[in-house]
Design a protein around this ligand. Structure first.
Ligand code: SAH
Ligand code: SF4
Ligand code: F3S
Length: 464
């Protein structure tokens, strides 16, 4: 009897958490259609690169990677090489022209048809015949992703998209053009999914959306959904990303403060500390609005960690504008800041600004470096103050060094501590012994205590 192994599919994902969730969705779809999911491209029959379009640099790297993966196609001509995700959606058929070895292009709203498309190409794939190539790049307002299941890669923490697309039009941003308008999932379905996640033994979930807290569906708002998710039996930590400052409501802050399951961390994109730049970015909030939200969060959620995204050198950003960003960063004191140089994305409104307003590379680079220096110094100071605390870690994986595990605190701080494989997925108590600037090294701390006290400094725990 012929013993024919199943065909193998490999998905390599770039970009944000939403894209990671989509990569898992593709694996779920292909797994359900009879493919084995490969963990490397070497022996895969189908290779998909799930791409990001947010900055030009990210795109260039990914295009290079697709070229590299063509190597496997040269070795085995029947391999199907596909590009999915946001860059596929942005470039559409020009990608097929630019990369003649690519067989398949699939945008974010077309994953339902992914397995059929791959099968179709494989069936037609005969070295004697012309190649069969497909491009699927419709944005489908009616696609609700119902019935499609992610094949989750982590047994510890789960990404749960509750919203797709974006109704904002921040003038620098490509997302609304590659992911379409905001679509929110049915709350009951989200809760069913979270229950299944909990039944699988996963205890941490992160709710995902481009402006996740603008979620609204059938009488449910985000605060209510967050509360219900955090109360699902078995779920111990609930996170969400990324909220828009305008949709940080008193009700949401109250849920964050009251629900033990909701972690004391928020990623709240700022983008600029200058009202003039924020206006030109069409962010729809001022510096004052932002600060008011930070204050509301800090007043209600004791010890909350706040991270952010900042763009420097948006067209016409002056030295004074940039200085205002530095000042705001000093005022807020972010636990973490992801900093970017403005990258023009074709088709977005900012690219139509006069060429004279674009900031020279040298100035942009200087601003980026100054901002990084500032935010890193602040982060190091904040983290230094945390040294000595006892924290609860959810162990995610083995660390880079032997005999060390890596986990996160509720406030999303990355910590390495002694441990082994058996710790993965468990909650352990550690004492932070050293900060490396952005992350921590810790010692095991055996004393069991309620997790809601995990942020208390040692002396308040009775001293050890
Ligand atoms: N939906 C999220 C952001 C998604 S993109 C939100 O609104 O918060 C993640 C980050 O990439 C943004 O917050 C922004 O800081 C950065 N970004 C987006 N477009 C960019 C561009 N054209 N150039 C540089 N950075 C950009
Ligand atoms: Fe982009 Fe703005 Fe939408 Fe975020 S809110 S995805 S930055 S358009
Ligand atoms: Fe990138 Fe698309 Fe996410 S552009 S940041 S992968 S939504």
């Amino acid at each position: 009897m012929e013993n024919r192994a199943k065909p193998r599919a490999y998905v390599e994902t770039y970009g944000c958490q939403m894209n990671i969730a989509d990569g898992e969705l593709m694996e779920g779809i292909l797994g359900g259609a009879g493919y084995d999911i490969a963990s490397s491209p070497e022996d895969a029959d189908v290779i998909l690169v799930n791409t990001c379009a947010i900055r030009e640099h990210a795109e260039r790297r990914v295009l290079g990677r697709v070229g590299q993966l063509n190597h496997f196609k040269r070795l085995r001509p029947r391999v199907v090489l596909g590009v999915t995700g946001c860059m596929a959606q942005r470039m559409k058929d020009t990608l097929l022209e630019k990369a003649p070895y690519v067989d398949l292009i699939v945008g974010p709203d077309e994953y339902r048809g992914l397995a059929a498309a791959v099968d179709e190409i494989r069936a037609a794939n005969d070295p004697g015949k012309p190649r069969h190539r497909l491009s699927m790049v419709e944005l489908r307002i009616g696609e609700d992703y119902q019935g499609l299941e992610q094949q989750r890669r982590s047994a510890v923490t789960a990404w749960v998209p509750i919203q797709r697309g974006c109704d904002h039009r921040c003038t620098y941003c490509i997302v609304p053009y590659v992911r379409g308008p905001e679509k929110n999932r049915d709350a009951a379905e989200v809760l069913e999914e979270v229950k299944r996640i909990a039944a699988d033994g996963i205890t941490e979930v992160t709710l995902l959306g481009q402006t996740v807290n603008s979620y609204s569906h059938g009488g449910w708002n985000f605060a209510r959904l967050l509360q219900s998710v955090s109360q699902v039996r078995g779920i111990q930590r609930t996170r969400f990303t990324s909220p828009h400052p305008n949709d940080v409501t008193p009700e949401l802050v109250e849920v964050m403060a009251e629900e033990d399951g909701v972690c004391e961390h928020i990623h709240l994109p700022l983008q600029s500390g200058s009202d003039r730049v924020l206006r030109r970015m069409l962010r729809r909030h001022t510096v004052e609005d932002y600060l008011a939200k930070v204050e509301m969060l800090r007043d209600a959620v004791q010890g909350i960690a706040i991270s952010t995204d900042i763009i420097v050198a948006f067209p016409d950003e002056t030295d004074e504008d940039f200085e205002e960003t530095l000042e705001l960063v000093r005022e807020v004191r972010f636990d973490e800041a992801y900093t970017y140089r403005y990258s023009p994305r074709a088709g977005t409104p900012a690219t139509r600004l006069p060429a004279s307003q674009f900031i020279p590379d040298r100035v942009a680079q200087e601003r980026l470096e100054a901002l990084i220096a500032e935010t890193r110094a602040i982060q190091a100071e904040i983290n230094e103050l945390d040294v000595g605390r006892v924290e609860e870690l959810l162990v995610e994986k083995m660390g880079r060094d032997e005999g060390m595990i890596m986990g996160r605190t509720r406030r999303n701080k990355v910590v390495v501590a002694p441990g082994d494989e058996s710790d993965i997925g468990r909650y352990i108590n550690v004492r932070l012994t050293r900060s490396t600037g952005a992350t921590f090294v810790a010692a095991r701390f055996p004393k069991a205590k309620p997790s809601r006290f995990s942020w208390l400094p040692m002396h308040e725990l009775g001293g050890v």
